[in-house]
Design a protein. Structure first.
Length: 238
């Protein structure tokens, strides 16, 4: 039987951080509609330490702590994921393991669209100085949300889940809304207006009141291009 939903496994030492973001708004509704199935795994559950420690001092000395390989490996394995580059007739059916890391590729709309093709994402949230390098044998892709460092991978994981979920059919009520979003077609979004027609002596552009949908569409395309050229010219040079 064909898989009609996306499964997302989150591997973390702070599962409670996801309680709000995953139980509100579009993500919550996507879960209710069974478009998304999200499971949160606490890495500490797999720790064999009596105090449930999942970190230790780095070999060779240095500051900070490193996440231990054994509990991380067991947590990843519990999702059904195996060593990367495994044999799959359809690669998008493979549990695709992502490590949220400042050393990864910077998240953009192309990466989001590619990840939305997978039926099963496994997201590893790192902490401390990072994870034991040997776990990279089980990571398919490292993803960053920007050139800065956060306390851990939980907030980046939330950003990734939200951006990918919007690409799934049925999550956003109006599919055209997603296609008109900034970056979807390589441009920033066009300006938006709503009632009242006049606010603080500023009037809505007449073209939007004309009822001529062809002219409105042309106006929006031109405005999107102008805004991109002014604010993010780098997008036009790609």
């Amino acid at each position: 039987m064909a898989i009609t939903y996306m499964k997302i496994d989150i591997i973390t030492i702070f599962p409670a951080m996801f309680k709000g973001p995953l139980t509100e708004s579009l993500i919550s509704r996507a879960s209710e509609k069974e478009i998304l199935k999200i499971n949160i795994t606490d890495i500490r559950f797999f720790s064999k330490d009596k105090n449930k420690k999942v970190d230790d001092k780095p070999f060779g000395g240095g500051v900070g702590m490193v996440m231990k390989p054994e509990p991380l490996y067991d947590a990843i394995k519990s999702t059904g994921a195996r060593k990367k580059n495994g044999a799959y007739k359809n690669p998008y059916l493979k549990p695709y393991v992502i490590y949220m890391s400042p050393q990864g590729k910077t998240l953009n709309n192309k990466i989001v669209k590619d990840l939305a093709k997978f039926k099963h994402l496994v997201i590893v949230c790192g902490h401390y100085e990072g994870i034991d390098e040997r776990i990279m044998n089980y990571i398919d892709e490292e993803v960053s949300i920007g050139d800065y460092v956060l306390t851990g991978g939980e907030i980046p994981a939330m950003v990734l889940i939200d951006s990918v979920a919007r690409m799934l059919p049925g999550v956003v009520k109006e599919e055209e809304s997603v296609k008109n979003d900034s970056f979807y077609n390589g441009l920033l979004d066009y300006p938006h207006y709503t009632r009242p027609v006049i606010f603080k002596n500023h009037r809505v552009p007449e073209i939007l009141l004309s009822g001529d949908h062809n002219k409105i569409s042309d106006w929006r395309k031109k405005e999107a291009y102008k805004r991109t050229k002014k604010r993010r010219p780098d997008l036009l040079s790609d």
